[in-house]
Design a protein around this ligand. Structure first.
Ligand SMILES: Nc1nc2c(ncn2[C@@H]2O[C@H](COP(=O)(O)OP(=O)(O)OP(=O)(O)O)[C@@H](O)[C@H]2O)c(=O)[nH]1
Ligand SMILES: [Mg+2]
Length: 627
């Protein structure tokens, strides 16, 4: 990247700090003649005569000598600057007037006001970084939550483009081999082994797929994950919105049909940004305004990433069940029972004892019975446990990564598995299927020690006893070298539990009497989160469930957040599919070469290896001025 010859263009200037009054304002000047230009308005040392990366005190004065401000200038000499041109940054007092005066003087001396993103554009053109990184600069400035900041930093450091560049390089190698064949057209030689090419294409597709998939997640991090609060009138949707946002955003009354339109606002939970959407209660109505509102509720439900189905009785549960039936199977849904404060004394248990040693409010009979009874226990997970889970998520072993690739997105028989599921303080299951209460643990060599084995056995028994969770264990070797066998064992284990649960549900008249959940809820076969929007009880568990939904989605280290990258990745993978089809049909090298070139083109457009002026202008125009 350093081979790009540096071109110093005409000098440009702009304020780099936000407008308004602040302690300091920074004006950036870059390009040909910057040092002379600054020297003409700055009384102090000549920027050309000082060392690069040094700071100097002086004054800025009008032509007639009137003092404008006392300033510090930072000098960066080409090529050791952001734009790789000569750069001076003038730090003055942060008044709009002073900044305007200094800009005016610079323009009088021949600098031009910079267009939005022009500094970054020059940095790109001078080979400072590639296009993905340049765009990450804009994202970094706009980042307003820890997660979107992390993504932008990762891209700024080239995490995303390095991966793509390496892939592209391999493909170029093959393209040249195929094209070499064309030179020997008559002689029927094959330099590019078709099997190797197929393998490479498959590798490429496998590498691109998670990037394409990560887009929804990445985009959500930037814009806020949309969460629609859906339910019948009066179940407390607006009360919940207000409780989540910690402000009286929506009107709450005891009158059914209060909310007429969608109301939304964002909130950062645990470093993740959410966009909560309160909607009109859904019911049959003849009121025109209300029916338009209800239509909007339905739209919000379909567009949201996470649908929060809220109910407060069996009747309102039936309402949301009817709505849920319309939702696509892969939609993330949280079932939430509200107003538990009203029924607390009668049915719902108090604070759930999730730790060992604390006494469970359930009788041993109850523990052996249904599934839902335990779910409320597990929702109460202390923050340190979640932290631990997140840490493990980052340092997962390779076997875990492999198994996760096979289990995620309900790939195995449609069963939903989660990764790094915290059961209680200090104990996190590697994988967990909530529906069938089955955990999977992967053992490295440490588990071969006798002590560790005894501990594992004890843990397994305890999980069964306290939480009705069965655990199946695999060694890393099994996962790596006997993957199919491991999966077969897993399927067997899930099916065994499926059979067991169905049998128990038939056999247990006790459940309807003693369980804190109504029989209707039990029939759902899903986790129900009990809350009171009014007293805020259970709200932490709900928040945790929300962040868990999002975190379970982030499977790739590299996240695509940019629509343009996404489109090019989709096009690249389509072109690669064409290559595959071509290989299957045994088409000739010239057609094959064309398809490969097309894929190369799309990959190149992402990092800016291949780029048109229009595209550049478009990308950089979205930057703020001074960047
Ligand atoms: N006791 C109790 N009352 C609640 C709770 N949450 C909401 N309410 C009450 O339920 C009534 C309806 O609450 P809203 O938040 O307006 O309900 P909504 O679902 O937004 O209703 P619509 O906008 O009409 O669809 C109000 O009187 C609230 O005070 C709760 O957790 N406990
Ligand atoms: Mg409302």
């Amino acid at each position: 990247m350093n081979q790009v010859p540096i071109q110093q263009q005409e000098a440009i200037c702009a304020v780099a700090t936000p407008s308004g009054v602040g302690a300091i304002g920074v004006i950036r000047v870059s390009g040909q003649g910057t040092f002379d230009l600054v020297h003409r308005i700055f009384r102090g040392r000549h920027p050309a005569q000082v060392d690069s990366h040094t700071i100097h005190f002086g004054t800025i004065r009008e032509a007639d000598g009137t003092l404008v401000d006392e300033v510090l200038i930072s000098v960066f000499k080409s090529p050791r600057s952001f734009t790789k041109e000569d750069v001076v940054e003038i730090a003055c007092h942060g008044s709009d007037y002073v900044i305007r005066q200094i800009l005016k003087l610079l323009v009088q001396q021949g600098a031009r006001l910079a267009r939005p993103g022009e500094f970054t554009q020059r940095a790109f053109l001078n080979g400072q970084f590639d296009l993905v990184q340049a765009e990450a600069v804009a994202d970094l400035i706009a980042a307003d939550s820890a997660a979107s900041h992390r993504t932008a930093i990762n891209q700024l450091r080239g995490g995303f483009s390095k991966k793509l560049a390496a892939l592209r390089q391999e493909l170029i190698h093959f393209a040249s081999l195929v094209e070499l064949e064309l030179d020997f057209g008559e002689e029927d030689v094959e330099f590019a082994q078709r099997d190797d090419l197929r393998r490479l294409i498959l590798d490429l597709l496998r590498a691109i797929a998670p990037l394409v998939e990560s887009f929804d997640y990445g985009n959500a991090l930037k814009e806020g994950v949309p969460v629609a609060i859906i339910g019948a009138p009066n179940v407390g949707k607006s009360t919940l919105l207000n409780a989540l946002l910690n402000e009286e955003k929506a009107i709450v009354t005891a009158i059914a049909g209060t909310t007429r339109d969608v109301i939304e606002d964002t909130m950062v939970l645990d470093g993740l940004k959410f966009r909560f959407i309160d909607t009109a209660g859904i019911r049959e109505t003849t009121d025109l305004v209300e029916s338009i509102g209800i239509e909007r509720s339905r739209q919000a439900m379909h567009k949201a990433d996470i649908v929060l189905l809220l109910f407060d009785s069996d009747e309102t549960l039936a309402d949301v069940q009817a709505l849920a039936a319309d939702l696509p199977a892969d939609k993330k849904v949280l079932w939430v029972r509200n107003k538990v404060d009203l029924t607390a004394r009668r049915t719902v248990p108090g604070p759930s004892p999730s730790r060992r040693g604390e006494k469970s409010p359930f009788s041993s009979k109850e523990k052996g019975l249904g599934v839902e009874v335990y779910k409320s226990l597990i929702q109460k997970i202390p923050e340190p446990v979640l932290e631990n889970a997140r840490h493990l998520r980052q340092t997962a072993t390779e076997a875990e990564v492999l198994l996760w690739e096979l289990l995620r997105n309900r790939q195995l028989n449609g069963w939903k598995f989660r990764r790094q599921y915290p059961v209680e303080e200090g104990f996190v299951l590697d994988f967990f299927c909530a529906e069938y209460r089955l955990g999977i643990e992967l053992d490295g060599s440490v588990h071969e020690e006798t002590d560790q084995r005894q501990y594992d056995t004890a843990r397994t028994e305890e999980l069964k006893r306290l939480y009705n969770i069965d655990v199946i264990r695999f060694t890393n070797q099994e996962v790596f070298y006997d993957t199919e066998l491991a999966l077969a064992k897993l399927v067997e284990a899930v099916e065994a539990k499926q059979g067991l649960i169905q049998k128990k549900e038939k056999q247990s008249p006790l459940l309807s009497k003693q369980s804190p959940f109504s029989s209707k809820e039990k029939g759902l076969g899903v986790e129900v989160i009990p809350i009171s929007a009014q007293t805020q009880q259970g709200l932490d568990a709900l928040k945790r469930a929300l962040t868990a939904q999002v975190l379970s989605q982030s499977t790739s280290d590299t996240v695509v957040t940019n629509l343009r990258h996404y489109e090019q990745l989709v096009k690249a993978s389509e072109a690669l599919q064409e290559v595959l089809t071509g290989l299957d049909l045994g088409i000739t090298g010239d057609f094959l070469a064309q398809d490969i070139r097309l894929a190369l083109h799309h990959l190149g457009e992402i990092t800016g290896t291949i780029v048109s002026d229009d595209l550049l202008a478009n990308i950089f125009s979205k930057f703020c001025i001074g960047k």
